[in-house]
Design a protein around this ligand. Structure first.
Ligand code: ZN
Length: 143
């Protein structure tokens, strides 16, 4: 029943030089985005060229880890090894406070608890080798 039990058999991230800072930050439980040094645009996913102006000069900036669900769906079937026992799960685009949208999972809630516009916060899962995976969970209301 636990989704965690399936994690070791899932595909591992393919880490290259462009994405290495992203994965290493997740391993430290931090969320970083690339910012173009020419036009200032933030982007996700990690890549060499700015999609706005094609500049290759980049800096990494820390993001808040807070955002809102922009779009989501519940996945009921996934034949990929390691995912079959994980269904149902939520696949979502989360729009960060910084304006960047990330394709991710919403976790630690029942599917019906997550809605478009809901506030979410980053959740980090250690996967070894000083890297991690990023998901989001509904922001818990402070009493
Ligand atoms: Zn740019």
């Amino acid at each position: 029943m636990s989704q965690q039990a399936n994690v070791p058999s899932r595909p591992r991230p393919r880490i290259d030089e462009e994405s290495r800072p992203w994965w290493e930050a997740l391993g430290r439980r931090e969320l970083y985005l690339q910012r173009c040094l020419e036009c200032g645009a933030l982007r996700w996913y990690p890549r060499a060229l700015c999609p706005e102006c094609l500049c290759d000069r980049t800096q990494w900036v820390r993001a808040s880890g807070r955002g809102k669900v922009y779009s989501l769906t519940t996945v009921h079937q996934n034949q990929t090894p390691g995912f079959a026992g994980a269904t149902p799960y939520l696949l979502a685009y989360v729009e960060l406070e910084e304006g960047v949208r990330i394709l991710t999972n919403v976790v630690n809630c029942r599917p019906e608890e997550a809605t478009i516009g809901a506030s979410v916060e980053a959740v980090f899962q250690d996967i070894g080798n000083q890297t991690g995976l990023l998901s989001f969970q509904p922001t818990r209301q402070q009493a």
